[in-house]
Ligand binder design. Structure first.
Ligand SMILES: Cc1cc2nc3c(=O)[nH]c(=O)nc-3n(C[C@H](O)[C@H](O)[C@H](O)COP(=O)(O)OP(=O)(O)OC[C@H]3O[C@@H](n4cnc5c(N)ncnc54)[C@H](O)[C@@H]3O)c2cc1C
Length: 620
């Protein structure tokens, strides 16, 4: 077990690196809460309440400012954006792009000193709710600023910022992020694009091909990742990834024709080729050899916004489908009178409420001073909201029945559009591995000594553990201080709070058992890691809704009773799911079917086919 923490650290990093401290000149929130990253401690069965309670506030002034941005953008999207046409023609009209630029939407998070709006993460999340009303536009804008130009904000020098950001913020120039290659997708470190230093050491000569680059055919400025030779401290020469700012005007930059995609058809996705492109050495972004970290920092810093974007889309869907359900008659009754239709509305509202709560909690953490590492939280928001989008859009389409399948209605387009969310910005499989391994690494570091004692057979530690397990098996009352005298959760949510406390405690116990059982080998146990990630996502969701609903009650916000209902439903469902999942993590549990599942898939993959004989076949 010794060194398990370190080993897990390197594996988690392979999947997705945590952001290092970076300097961003961004409008700070006046009322930013004292939050720091929170999720890692859940792996120890602990909750740092102060990080997540009370739910973050913004001041009246900031709220006014946010609404000033939101109003005109919402009006534009509602009245002028023709999403059906964008989807059919596979292109965002030039006049729409021009209007987006004039609204400042190409420079939302670019600092004001460089001509952008300098929005905090919270404000960015709020605008995202509106922008998501057209998914092609949302993806185009996100590729430009959440990944395309973000590297310049996070890792760029003063000169690079001054040179590139003003024209990117205004939209005069469009940005793209070039990481993926034909043979390198999730395994980003395996890229083959190469940059070689010229003889006079003034340029890098860039050669390689990138695929599926959003804005690839529109962009003037590319953040490109390539392998470079780097001399290590011991004098050896190694290939390491470096990030570059590449202008189309440098020469040798070409792009393929737009891909014919399933959804987000108005966004531009192309191959981008670099052939002997001469990139000045001043255009290295960050350190030579530090490109992997730059790439992961960019991706980690933007993921949280998917939560508010999807929530924005779901709110619109609820409005549209509620109108339909309340007017469409079958069996002489409105669809809205049938339990199975009603259930779908509760599901959509619950998912929207949870993802919105997680997203704004995470945005506030990111806005807090000191730039805490919120990469686990952001990854959880991404996974939860992308899967919520897919489930809910499908349910919304179902409410329409046959009409939902017809192109005159927007539901089939939204279904096609939302499928990508599970794939890009880190696939959900990779992110689940990242969430679990990063947390286990944290726990591994702290628990190593205790686990070693257990392995060595230290009698005191063993007795302690046996006692703990016995008390656990008798059903202990867990009190992490969410309720009671110094409680932070409103009494009307006490039941959800107790469920969360119990789940957190037993999650910590399971983590310790897993580390003891698997040690380093846990990195290969993907079915186990997936469950760890799933429990954690539920815990974070429960925390976020309990915190938010408590605030709403305390402030007497409109319809807070409805929020309490949603929070209670989610906490109860998540609690029972967690109990089941935690029981599956037990090696000897009858609920754990991993060995059978592995056997079935092994047999299929060996034959590369469905193995069973046809139901009509007879023995010879
Ligand atoms: C519309 C669109 C826009 C895009 N925009 C950009 C862009 O702007 N810039 C850019 O650089 N890239 C972009 N991409 C690429 C995108 O980020 C990749 O598609 C994504 O990272 C996955 O890589 P892949 O498609 O090669 O899948 P693969 O990595 O081949 O994965 C295939 C499947 O295997 C799973 N898998 C892979 N490795 C593991 C593992 N270790 N354990 C378990 N499961 C695993 C994956 O989760 C996935 O389900 C875009 C893609 C699309 C479709």
């Amino acid at each position: 077990m010794s060194g398990c923490g370190l080993f897990l650290c390197s594996v988690a990093a392979r999947f997705c690196r945590a952001p290092a401290a970076f300097t961003v000149s961004r409008r700070p929130l006046l009322t930013s809460p004292p939050s720091r990253a929170f999720a890692k401690d859940l792996f120890l069965g602990k909750m740092k309440k102060k990080e997540v309670f009370p739910f973050p506030e913004v001041s009246q002034d900031e709220l006014k400012e946010i609404n000033q941005f939101v109003g005109p953008v919402e009006k534009f999207f509602t009245e002028e954006v023709d999403s059906r046409k964008i989807d059919q023609e596979g292109k965002i009209p030039d006049e729409t792009l021009e209007k987006l630029k004039s609204l400042g939407l190409f420079g939302m998070q670019v600092p004001e000193e460089y001509g952008g709006l300098g929005l905090s993460n919270t404000m960015y999340a709020r605008l995202g709710e509106v922008i998501s009303l057209d998914t092609s536009i949302a993806v185009t804008l996100a590729a430009h600023q959440a990944i395309g130009l973000k590297g310049i904000i996070l890792a760029g020098s003063k000169e690079q910022k001054a040179r590139y950001l003003p024209r990117l913020a205004s939209g005069e120039h469009v940005a793209a992020f070039c990481l993926t290659e034909p043979s390198s997708g999730s395994d980003a470190a395996s890229i083959r694009t190469r940059a070689t230093l010229s003889a006079d050491k003034r340029h890098y000569i860039l050669n390689g091909a990138k695929v599926w680059i959003t804005n690839g055919g529109l962009a003037n400025v590319f953040t490109v990742f390539a392998k470079t030779e780097v001399v290590d401290s011991d004098g050896s020469v190694k290939d390491k990834m470096t990030a570059f700012i590449v202008e189309r005007d440098f020469g040798g930059v070409t792009n393929g024709k737009p891909e014919d995609k399933m959804g987000i058809r108005g966004s531009n996705t192309c191959e981008v080729h670099f052939e002997n492109t001469r990139v000045p050495v001043e255009n290295v972004l960050g350190e030579v050899g530090g490109g992997f970290k730059v790439a992961m920092n960019i991706l980690n810093s933007g993921r949280f916004s998917m939560g508010s974007m999807v929530a924005g889309m779901l709110k619109k869907l609820i409005e549209m489908t509620a109108e339909y359900a309340c007017t469409r008659k079958q069996f002489n009754r409105n669809l809205s009178e049938f339990g199975l239709i009603q259930e779908k509305f509760a599901l959509m509202a619950q998912k929207a409420y949870v993802m919105e709560s997680m997203a704004y909690l995470t945005a506030a953490m990111l806005d807090a001073p000191g730039f805490p590492d919120c990469s686990i939280e952001a990854a959880m928001v991404k996974v939860f909201s992308s899967e919520g989008a897919w489930t809910c859009v499908s349910e919304a389409l179902q409410i329409l029945g046959g009409s939902g399948y017809i192109r005159d209605y927007p539901y089939e387009r939204l279904l096609r559009d939302s499928r990508i969310l599970l794939i890009f910005e880190g696939t959900n499989e990779i992110l689940r591995m990242y969430i679990a391994l990063t947390g286990l690494q944290h726990a591994g570091r702290i628990l190593t000594a205790r686990v070693n004692e257990l392995k060595r057979g230290n009698v005191t530690t063993i007795m302690e553990t046996v006692g703990q397990r016995l008390r656990d098996s008798l059903g202990r009352t867990v009190d992490l201080g969410l309720t009671g005298k110094l409680g932070v959760v409103h009494p009307s949510l006490a039941d959800g709070a107790h469920k969360l406390e119990e789940n957190v405690y037993y999650f910590g116990r399971s983590v310790e058992t897993l580390l003891l059982r698997f040690g380093k080998a846990i990195v290969e146990e993907q079915l186990v890691l997936k469950r760890v990630a799933n429990v954690l996502m539920n815990l974070y969701g429960m925390t976020a809704v309990l915190s938010r609903a408590s605030r709403s009650i305390r402030l007497g916000l409109r319809d807070h009773d409805h929020e309490v209902l949603l929070a209670n439903i989610f906490c109860s469902e998540a609690y029972h799911q967690n109990l089941f999942t935690l029981s599956q993590l037990d090696k000897h549990s009858p609920e754990n079917l991993d060995e059978l599942v592995k056997k079935v898939s092994q047999q299929i993959l060996e034959k590369r086919a469905y193995i069973c004989t046809h139901p009509l076949d007879r023995a010879p």
